[in-house]
Design a protein around this ligand. Structure first.
Ligand SMILES: [Zn+2]
Length: 78
């Protein structure tokens, strides 16, 4: 189940685009479970460890400013 979701997302973080490996791939609940988010594939996003810890239980809208900062810092380092 997990691996099939990572394959669906092409082994890339849905938030920052980083390439994922077995060691770094996690699944994020797009709508957190406390907000009624399901365990269905359409509520699960492949996500790197860093983005998962940034988002940690928040909605995308709540976490977006920090996620965008992370993307900007990755781009700046390239
Ligand atoms: Zn990420």
């Amino acid at each position: 189940m997990r691996v099939s979701l990572f394959e669906r997302d092409g082994w890339h973080c849905r938030y920052c685009g980083e390439v994922l490996t077995e060691a770094t791939a996690t699944l994020d609940h797009i709508t957190p479970q406390w907000k009624g988010g399901s365990n269905e594939p359409d509520n699960l996003a492949s996500c790197c460890l860093m983005c998962n810890s940034i988002k940690s239980g928040r909605t995308y809208e709540q976490a977006a400013p920090q996620l965008l900062e992370r993307i900007a810092s990755i781009r700046a380092a390239q």
